[in-house]
Write a protein that binds this ligand. Sequence first.
Ligand SMILES: [Zn+2]
Length: 389
Amino acid sequence: MKFVIVSILLLGAVFAAPKIDSRLDQAKECSANVACKLPDCLCSSTNIPGNLNASSIPQIVLLTFDDAVQTGNYYPYYQKIFNNRLNPDKCPIQGTFFASHEYTNYSLVRDLYNEGHEIALHSISHVPNVTYWQAASTNLMTDEIIGERDLISYFAKIPKEDIKGVRLPFLQMSGDTSFEVMSKNGLLYDCSWPTQVFTDPPLWPYTLEYKTIQDCQIGPCPESSFPKSWVVPMIDWTDDKNVPCSMVDACANIPTDVDGILAFMKRNFKRHYETNKAPFGFFVHAAWFQALEVHFTAYLKFVEYLQSLPDVYIVSVSRMLEWVKNPADLKNLSKPWPKCNEPKKTSCKLTTCPHKKQGEWGEEDRYMTHCEATCPKSYPWVGNPLGNK
Ligand SMILES: [Zn+2]
């Protein structure tokens, strides 16, 4: 799996080519004489928003998970990580789940949402072919990303307006395409774009109205202007041989004992916590916990360590962006965060439907569990997100 991720990253770098769309406005330099002001515009930089001091602001931590949400990751891992843990303001800690469609249990997606977590988008098909994503047309990207929003909204009973973010499969950018689809469909942010250059001090999130200073690792990256579209950069970690990694499970050279893994996590965290306190992302797949039990033990110890720090807040990506739009010091956190993200109580008519999916070697069985009382006519897929064709 690590090899796959590394190979994909390399492939992306090799094939990176500009993909400029002449229908869109080219982004201009974000210089001092342009009108770029919060809450809707922020130039890319390592400066703390609002010119606040690092010592006075919260250190925000983002815990995210990608791919299918299933009983095999919800019960043994997600429940143990998040249940009964509070931030210093007594609000529950939150995670962000970038869900892809296949094998996802939508009733568990709804449970995560009801528990106060953020559900975000990671495509319907998750096709394991980086060229597919790199060369995707806006129509295909819309079917994959907005189609997944339709699916989650219908089958997990989550309001569309609460689904705000995207992580592209394999972190494979598609130039302007995914950002055009995001901005046309009211999505707020992308969290697919790694940086190896701006890690110490790390880059803060920013909007794409003006040109970015960010390095493009898995291009092509966007070139056009997308006002009010936020980039939440994936600040690379480094493994113990100093090799950069965007997802923690892609960090190849790490210890295999709990204390060693915990030290590796703290070392990467301190690059944020002891500099400009840009949001610290712990981006990983639950499969990493299944691979080695010590990974999960160290993860829980790391979360406990974070909770021992009085200025650390573990929040969803969109709640983090509320802070960036309305930066406030630790004494004034009610300005960006007037209340906790209350647990929701959406109803669910739990249903499991058998389907056939056309696979490479013929029809395959798929069972889809969701909150809609009746089974769809066919297995929901790209171009047919509700399965009614
Ligand atoms: Zn994925």
